[in-house]
Design a protein around this ligand. Structure first.
Ligand SMILES: Nc1ncnc2c1ncn2[C@@H]1O[C@H](COP(=O)(O)OP(=O)(O)O)[C@@H](O)[C@H]1O
Ligand SMILES: [Mg+2]
Length: 233
């Protein structure tokens, strides 16, 4: 099992209602699952909880067999990489090259490995021409790919993507979808883009009011207009 989540409950503060309640699911290696649900359903919160940014009040998370504990976060963050909804929250080094290498340097990889991995990922994503550009001056689509490169270069087993197609024009969106479809990682993709969910994922998990409202094969669920309507989509 790549990811296993049991009875997960999350609350931002003791005075506020539960944001996620009794969430149970698992992901197999290489499996791609879409996380859908109306605004405020708890999709981003779930992803952030899975990388240990938000602490659960109850429940168990394990990643690649490693239970989520404070003392194992460094290891876990190498196993699971998250691409944030807004790339401006992810890209913070001056150039694309510095940004992509940041995580590897932080984890103490040697320069030779760093260089080899960066070259490989730039080629894979077709963004070699961007390496010396300033991150904050890239287009939306370029920023998204640079942010993805910085995550993939760590060679995670699980990718968490928050609204990956948000702010992209149709062409950048197609490019991104075909890149994602060719990756070996297991993925949990929070998205409003039901077509992307259909193209990329075999399974769908629909959140409503912080609970898993329904879960099942993407083919079936994404055609069920009454159900999607009921969930506010
Ligand atoms: N930092 C925060 N502090 C308090 N409440 C938050 C915070 N972030 C999100 N929430 C609340 O948690 C709920 C779920 O939000 P979110 O996970 O962003 O949903 P989604 O990504 O599905 O739109 C919403 O009611 C939202 O207002
Ligand atoms: Mg969100």
């Amino acid at each position: 099992m790549m990811l296993c989540v049991k009875n997960l409950t999350v609350q931002y503060s003791p005075h506020e209602p539960l944001v996620l309640q009794d969430i149970n699911f698992s992901l197999e290696p290489k499996e791609r699952v879409a996380l859908i649900g109306a605004n405020g359903a708890g999709k981003s919160t779930l992803l952030l909880t899975l990388i240990g940014v938000i602490k659960a009040v109850e429940g168990e998370i394990s990643l690649g067999g490693i239970p989520m504990r404070q003392e194992r976060l460094r290891e876990l963050r190498q196993l699971a990489g998250m691409v944030f909804q807004d790339p401006d929250n992810q890209l913070f080094m001056p150039t694309v090259l510095d940004d992509i290498g940041f995580g590897l340097r932080n984890y103490g990889f040697d320069e030779k490995t760093i260089e080899a991995r960066i070259t490989a990922i730039l080629t894979r994503l077709g963004i070699g021409h961007l390496k010396n550009r300033l991150s904050h001056k890239l287009s939306g689509g370029e920023k998204r790919l640079a942010a993805l490169a910085g995550v993939l270069v760590m060679e995670p087993s699980l990718l968490l993507l928050d609204e990956p197609s948000a702010f992209l024009d149709p062409r950048s969106r197609r490019t991104l979808i075909s890149i994602l479809a060719g990756l070996p990682q297991a993925m949990l993709v929070a998205t409003h883009d039901l077509e992307l969910a259909q193209d990329l994922c075999t399974r769908v998990m629909l959140l409503k009011g912080g609970r898993v409202f329904v879960e099942g094969p993407a083919q079936e669920l994404l055609q069920d207009h009454a159900l999607l309507d009921q969930a506010g989509l």
